[in-house]
Design a protein around this ligand. Structure first.
Ligand SMILES: [Zn+2]
Length: 429
């Protein structure tokens, strides 16, 4: 009886400590009073509205427009000269990678302990958030197993600052297709989970979901050997089963793919987005448009890798890969396929996410307004995130203020002055 009583006391003490811990997280404190933000203009995810104001209560936007009613005790935040935007959404990141010109990808996967990689990732998460990206789709740990699950939890529990994450955990590759590849005599850990055949792929998808994957990422093609072009990996049957299994569990599938055949199979299987698409043709982009599959072009990654390989941008002619990217992007734009916004950040420094936007405008001829829509309302729609991506009553108070007008000059996105996530100011003006 006494021990039963003692058990109850312990349980209560435990519960209290949990509740206290929850009440005082390290970083996140929900704004207790309503806040009225008064910038020069508001980009609501679609259009620029000069003179608009935004009211935030708790973790939500409760009003946006002119002449807003302000509840008593409302805190006024003057943001003169700034444009307020929805928190930006990174469509393709790898928080567990750092730039390949610092450490080659093979060495990151094989030589760096997971603890080191996680320590770096916490810094990457903070830089991403402070750059105005309040949500990120993190598309694979690249050999760090399920480390992204814990990083996501640390952010959600307010232990470290970072964006809201959608994570892909290990990603799926066909056996023998991925890397690192050393001597043929040595078997080394791979950058993603190998799986084959109907039973194998179904099992791997379920394992990843069971461990916490929000998204299943599959490599629909890859170079089988060094110096080879990419070729399709998974069969149509395997891809179909991967998508069916993931979708049945409420998870979308995204496909790394750069060959027309790999892209075609992934699209027919029903993936949500194609990542990269470097060798995409007008025909396959038209198929994507028809099936409602978006392209996440990751132009910044190719641009960075070409420069790591010695391309002196602005001086030398375009390297073949970059030239090919220009051609496929022209075909993509002509087809009218939806574009998701994502740079494959990790290949280049975290916190530099805006580089993708700059290159899309400067090198690929998109307008700043189109790119801004992609990085906010567009990504939210494509990724099925109906609670964010716009400045609208009822949505999450994930907001960013930048100096100048990014709808005319995309480089204004680098001038981040304020970041608010869920009503909490994480970067002050
Ligand atoms: Zn990637």
């Amino acid at each position: 009886m006494l021990s039963l009583f003692r058990n109850h006391v312990y349980r209560w003490l435990f519960l209290c400590s949990v509740l206290l811990g929850r009440a005082q997280p390290l970083l996140a404190q929900t704004a207790p009073t309503p806040t009225l933000l008064r910038p020069a203009a508001v980009f609501d995810g679609e259009t620029l509205h000069p003179g608009w104001q935004v009211l935030v209560e708790g973790d939500r936007i409760t009003a946006a427009g002119t002449n807003l009613p302000t509840p008593t005790g409302t805190r006024i935040l003057e943001l003169p000269g700034l444009t307020l935007l929805p928190g930006l959404i990174e469509g393709h990141s790898h928080l567990l990678l750092h730039p390949y010109n610092e450490t080659p990808w093979n060495d990151q996967v094989l030589l760096e302990p997971v603890a080191l990689r996680v320590a770096r990732a916490t810094v990457h998460a903070q830089r991403t958030l402070l750059a105005g990206f309040t949500t990120a789709r993190d598309l694979g740990t690249e050999g760090a197993d399920y480390a992204d699950v814990g990083i996501k939890q640390a952010i959600e529990q307010g232990i470290i600052p970072g964006p809201r994450l959608l994570i892909a955990t290990r990603a799926l590759v066909a056996t023998g297709s991925y890397g690192p590849k050393l001597s043929t005599d040595v078997t080394v850990p791979q950058g993603a989970q190998e799986a084959d055949g109907p039973e194998g792929v179904v099992r791997a998808v379920r394992e990843q979901i069971g461990h916490g994957a929000d998204i299943i990422k599959v490599y629909a093609d890859y170079r089988w050997g060094k110096g080879e072009p990419a070729r399709p990996t998974f069969s149509q049957e395997e891809l179909n089963l991967i998508v069916q299994t993931a979708n049945a569990a409420g998870r979308p599938v995204v496909a790394h793919s750069s060959t027309p055949e790999g892209m075609r199979r992934a699209v027919l299987a029903g993936v949500q987005t194609i990542e990269h698409g470097d060798g995409g043709t007008l025909e396959v982009f038209r198929l994507m448009k028809q099936r409602g599959v978006a392209l996440c072009p990751t132009v910044a990654a190719g641009d960075a890798i070409a420069q790591y390989q010695g391309w002196r941008k602005g001086q030398d002619a375009l390297p073949e890969r970059v030239q090919q990217k220009h051609e496929s992007m022209q075909a993509a734009l002509k087809s009218g396929v939806m574009l998701a916004f994502g740079g494959d950040v990790g290949v280049f420094p975290h916190g530099e996410n805006v580089r993708e936007a700059k290159l899309l405008v400067q090198d690929y001829g998109l307008t700043p307004l189109v790119v801004l829509r992609q990085a906010t309302s567009g990504n939210a729609r494509i990724f099925g995130l109906s609670d964010r991506g716009r400045i609208q009553s009822g949505l999450l108070a994930d907001l960013v203020a930048v100096a100048g007008d990014p709808t005319h000059d995309v480089s204004a996105l680098r001038q981040v002055r304020l970041v608010m996530k869920g009503g909490v100011i994480v970067k002050q003006p």
